[in-house]
Design a protein around this ligand. Structure first.
Ligand SMILES: *Cc1c(COP(=O)(O)O)cnc(C)c1O
Length: 358
């Protein structure tokens, strides 16, 4: 069972807004709000005061416009792929223009439409992923005609190492972004996502774009997590058995009991996004006791060592916690050898989902 505390997401939005004030706090709700459900979450964020949303794909933008109705600004990070320009206009979506090719097609569309079209420009300050290079920027500012076709809403860039405050790339990207602001000025500039917000006010410019922190993921690699937890993941015990020492457990017999043991089989596995890399690493929790995962994660089940619990205390039908105050999302992700982002977006649609608004 996946319990999503929508009120905690709204609270996290307010915390981030406070941290970034007085600048605008947008919300990134790509990948169905990091797998948690944009249908529930986006309207909650809008009610919390959010007016600027980011998604990755055109299709996500169209779905979000249907959810939010008219009014909110929705920017599409991947920009207009060829042939999709009319869809952007029809659904009132603002493309993030990442390349000279996207710029020229959106400019042509604008000229054909007889007015200026809204646009966000992304510049690359040191990630080599999306956005204009320094050379591209020169080409663009030398020919102002294309820029004149746009109502330029925002110039943005993205930090590669913001979760490590001491990483030298942060200051380098900041310096380059400031330089770009001089040659490509815009009334709104944006550099920081969740982690960047916590690098300090010089990273905030005019708008910040958190995603992960809204959903409870720790924005910095070290120190306490300032965000409220959003997700609780529980699995149901299907079977409990007592086995002698030296009993091989699970696929490949990758584990063997080292004492007479009590094993509990729980009905969730890698088909539920409970990553197979948690085989032999992760744990579940029950009433404050840690129950290690024994052997491999199967498609639909895991096996827990419940020997530490008194006989009869863990019975079929009981729920154990996988993500909870005992073990937060980031801790489980570490055990899986990944990050909270991947864990969240992997969880999938198989769980019974419960949204709480308390
Ligand atoms: C995903 C994304 C964000 C949000 O990042 P978080 O680390 O989840 O806060 C912001 N900006 C861009 C360009 C992104 O791709």
């Amino acid at each position: 069972m996946l319990t999503i505390d929508v009120a905690a997401i709204a609270e996290n939005y307010r915390l981030l807004q406070e941290q970034a004030q007085p600048v605008i706090c947008a919300a990134v709700v790509k990948a169905d709000a990091y797998g948690l459900g944009a249908e529930e979450i986006a309207p909650t964020l809008a009610r919390a005061g959010c007016q600027h949303f980011f998604v990755a794909h055109l299709e996500e933008g169209i779905a979000l416009r249907r959810i939010l109705g008219a009014g909110a600004t929705i920017a599409v990070l991947h920009g207009p792929l060829s042939g999709t320009e009319a869809d952007f206009i029809a659904h009132d979506l603002v493309p993030v223009l990442n390349s000279l090719d996207q710029i020229s097609r959106w400019a042509t569309t604008a000229l054909g439409s007889g007015g200026k079209l809204p646009a966000v420009l992304q510049v690359d300050t040191g990630m080599a992923r999306f956005g204009l290079s320094e050379t591209d920027i020169r080409v663009l500012v030398d020919d102002r005609q294309q820029l004149n076709a746009f109502d330029l809403r925002l110039v943005m860039s993205h930090l590669a190492c913001a979760d490590e405050p001491d990483h030298p790339a942060n200051a380098m990207q900041l310096a380059l972004f400031r330089q770009i602001r001089k040659i490509l000025p815009c009334r709104r500039m944006s550099l920081a996502a969740s982690s960047g917000i916590f690098l300090g006010p010089e990273y905030h410019f005019n708008l910040v774009r958190p995603g992960a922190a809204l959903y409870g993921i720790a924005p910095q690699a070290v120190g306490p997590n300032p965000m409220r937890p959003v997700v609780r993941l529980q699995g149901k015990v299907v079977q409990v058995r007592e086995v002698p020492t030296n009993t091989p457990v699970g696929y490949g017999h990758s584990a063997k009991t080292t004492t007479s043991s009590r094993l509990a089989t729980v009905g969730l596995g890698y088909a539920d996004g409970f990553l197979r890399s948690l085989s032999g690493h992760g744990s579940a929790w029950f009433n404050g006791s840690q129950l290690p995962i024994v052997g491999r994660v199967s498609m639909d089940s895991i096996i827990l060592d419940a020997t530490a619990l008194p006989a009869g205390s863990l019975l079929p039908g009981a729920m154990v916690d996988l993500i909870s105050p005992d073990q937060d999302l980031d801790a489980l992700a570490r055990d899986a050898g990944t990050i909270g982002y991947e864990l969240l977006t992997s969880l999938g649609s198989r769980y019974h989902r419960q949204y709480i608004h308390s």
